[in-house]
Design a protein around this ligand. Structure first.
Ligand SMILES: NC(=O)c1ccc[n+]([C@@H]2O[C@H](COP(=O)([O-])OP(=O)(O)OC[C@H]3O[C@@H](n4cnc5c(N)ncnc54)[C@H](O)[C@@H]3O)[C@@H](O)[C@H]2O)c1
Length: 270
């Protein structure tokens, strides 16, 4: 069922790799809700992934951009406004990658060149895309920018390694840039802290499967699915959330505020 929540709006969606990607699901829903969107991903992901299928489905095109490269980002915003015939109303930052996680470096023995890459790709990219948009004045008044994050920014989860630090920086950038962009243009910037979800990035985290089932048992509503995450993104792009900014919003079935559950405690009964 659609409600035309995004009718007349233009958006840019970063990070759709395959149909499991949170960005893929959000792009489909944004299209269903009447938005015109541009899809983007890193050039290497365009070769590996299936983004062209999504572009066909959403009746749009793909503009390659490495989210760590300012020239790519400026080109992306300039071309997107040309193709869409107006400024941007919403942006989804759905980008994460840690070479330390990929190569299995323990947190106590990280490769620091990798660490800098993790921060650049997974956190500074939000600052970079916002800076490009701000400079070009590419986002409409009351526009909405959402970045996806994870609770390991607040609460330690060992296998998440340097991605936890990157997510803490990402959430801080949303608050800091949210202040300036809000004052200047009424643009709102939030992060959504999503439940573990089975995607390419999710599956790369050590112990992901066990943790997926653990949080499913702790959260009163269970884990939030990828589809429901997409719906939450749409609500934040819509005009119904115009006064929400600089927030980290937990979308996790109540996991973040539940210390334990009857199910989990029962497994310790003696
Ligand atoms: N899957 C989960 O359990 C989960 C939970 C909470 C938050 N998140 C976050 O959601 C976001 C999306 O991840 P996902 O789970 O959909 O996995 P995914 O692997 O489908 O998406 C990650 C995307 O980041 C892109 N990317 C990597 N380097 C890039 C670069 N230099 N420039 C541009 N794009 C680049 C990849 O190509 C990919 O499309 C990430 O920020 C992730 O940390 C995921």
């Amino acid at each position: 069922m659609t409600h035309n929540l995004l009718k007349g709006k233009n958006g840019i969606i970063f990070g759709a790799l395959d149909e499991k990607s949170l960005a893929w699901k959000t792009a489909e829903k944004a299209h269903e809700e009447g938005a015109k969107i541009i899809l983007t991903n890193a050039p290497v992901a365009l070769r590996m992934g299936r983004i062209n299928e999504l572009a066909e489905k959403c009746e749009t095109e793909v503009i390659p951009a490495d989210a760590t490269d300012m020239d790519d980002l400026e080109n992306l915003f300039t071309k997107s406004t040309e193709i869409l015939g107006g400024k941007i109303d919403f942006v989804l930052h759905s980008i994460g990658m840690s070479p330390n996680v990929r190569k299995n470096f323990p947190y106590t023995d990280l490769n620091h060149a990798n660490f800098i890459k993790t921060l650049d790709i997974s956190a500074l990219s939000l600052h970079k895309l916002l800076q490009a948009a701000y400079k070009l004045d590419a986002i409409n008044e009351w526009g909405s920018v959402v970045a996806l994050t994870y609770i390991a920014a607040q609460r330690t989860m060992p296998g998440y390694r340097d991605m936890a630090d990157a997510k803490a920086v990402l959430e801080s950038i949303a608050r800091s840039f949210g202040y300036y962009y809000g004052k200047e243009k009424n643009v709102r910037i939030n992060t959504i802290s999503q439940s573990p979800t089975l995607t390419t990035a999710g599956a790369g985290i050590k112990g992901f499967n066990s943790f997926y089932h653990y949080s499913e048992q702790i959260a009163p509503l269970g884990n939030a699915s990828g589809d429901s995450c997409a719906e939450y993104c749409i609500s934040l792009f819509s005009d119904y959330t115009r006064m929400v900014t600089m927030q980290n919003l937990f979308h996790d079935g109540g996991f973040s505020f539940t210390l334990s559950s009857d199910d989990v405690l029962a497994s310790f009964d003696q």
